[in-house]
Design a protein around this ligand. Structure first.
Ligand code: 89Y
Length: 340
């Protein structure tokens, strides 16, 4: 079977790791790259052996014979580029957040649905090995009905060094990290019915919030507190970019600690599962667990394009996560809990 030919749109920080991730997945070949600043695209073209380079996305889509498109540009450009690809009848894998407004995301999802063309989202956080392992433990039922949980990604890491554009986002943390953390909350605990959220800003030179605390009321009856921060402060247990999780059930508890150890405690005592993520040579050491999650995420999306598997993070599914993000912003503004 000949390879699936794809183009990657965007040549920023994440492009390097998504291209490396695609190299781990047989059957997908990147044949073209687009970036407004063409020099960045040329650099990745040399590094990854991508034959064609464009500074005009329409020209790329006109000239190249493709099977799908992978969009890794800033969220403000996702709708325009995805619609261009749809006009060419091409399935799209799009980075998160899908778009910056709910209306724009709904327009995109509807347009692809009407044309029966796949729109998928590269939402890789739920594919982190420790988080998959927590899900498996929950599925055993060992800790009984979950009534409360906390999900935390709190770090003093200087995230803006690699992604300076984050500082200028009017809505930053919930849009950038909240999309990941709320998606994990949905993955582990099902759908939410409401959210109450408090945001604050530590960095005077940031536009958007860099600290967020959200309380989700889940359909299941559980209450989930999601805490996020990029305050560039100092933490004893600094473990960027790990997500720490503590879950209380009627028959026990589960705790994912920063050592990738998961402690599951029931009346029979505590058993410990080590969920060390795989290490890829191309991963940035500071981002190991996240970069490693790119591979199973892209594999699931690619197998969906091949008709071999159901994608977990479709555009339709991701709309639910984006609705939670926007409800959280509404709550932070109104001071009220907001239905999700
Ligand atoms: O942009 C974000 C992402 O997708 O993963 C981590 C990150 O780089 C900073 O929050």
């Amino acid at each position: 079977m000949s390879d699936y030919r794809f183009a990657i749109l965007g040549a920023g920080f994440w492009t390097k790791f998504q291209l490396s991730g695609w190299k781990e997945i047989p059957g997908a070949r990147c044949v073209a790259i687009y970036n407004r600043t063409v020099a960045k695209a040329e650099a990745y073209s040399r590094e990854f052996g991508i034959p064609a380079v464009y500074s005009d996305a329409s020209a790329l889509l006109r000239n190249e014979k493709l099977d799908f498109v992978d969009i890794v540009t800033g969220p403000e450009t996702h709708e325009e580029l995805a619609m261009l690809a749809l006009q060419a009848g091409l399935p799209v894998i799009c980075q998160k957040p899908l778009t910056l407004t709910l209306q724009s995301a709904e327009t995109m999802v509807r347009a692809f649905q009407e044309r029966s063309v796949q729109l998928l989202v590269n939402e890789n956080w739920r594919w982190q090995r420790p988080i998959r392992a927590v899900k498996q433990i929950l599925e055993t039922g060992d800790i009984g009905r979950v009534f409360r949980a906390r999900v935390e990604m709190i770090s003093g890491f200087a995230v803006f060094g690699n992604q300076p554009a984050l500082k200028a986002m009017p809505q930053f943390l919930l849009m950038d990290l909240g999309t990941h953390i709320f998606d994990v909350c949905r993955f582990l605990f099902g759908e939410a019915t409401s959210v109450y959220c408090k945001n604050t800003k530590v960095h005077a030179d940031n536009i958007g919030e860099d600290v967020a605390t959200a309380m989700l009321q889940m359909h299941s009856g559980a209450t989930v507190v999601a805490s996020m921060a990029y305050a560039e402060n100092f933490l004893e247990d600094e473990c960027f970019p790990q997500t720490k999780i503590f879950i209380e059930g009627e028959a026990g508890s589960v705790e994912l600690k920063s050592s990738y150890r998961i402690h599951c405690t029931t009346r029979n005592g505590t058993r410990v599962v080590l969920a060390q993520p795989p290490h890829f040579a191309w991963a940035a050491p500071a981002y190991d667990v996240v970069h490693a999650s790119i591979v199973p995420c892209q594999r699931n999306l690619f197998r969906s394009l091949q008709g071999l598997e159901v994608a977990e993070t479709t555009g339709i599914d991701n709309l639910q996560t984006l609705r939670l993000v926007h409800a959280a912003y509404q709550s932070a503004t109104s001071g009220q809990a907001v239905s999700a």
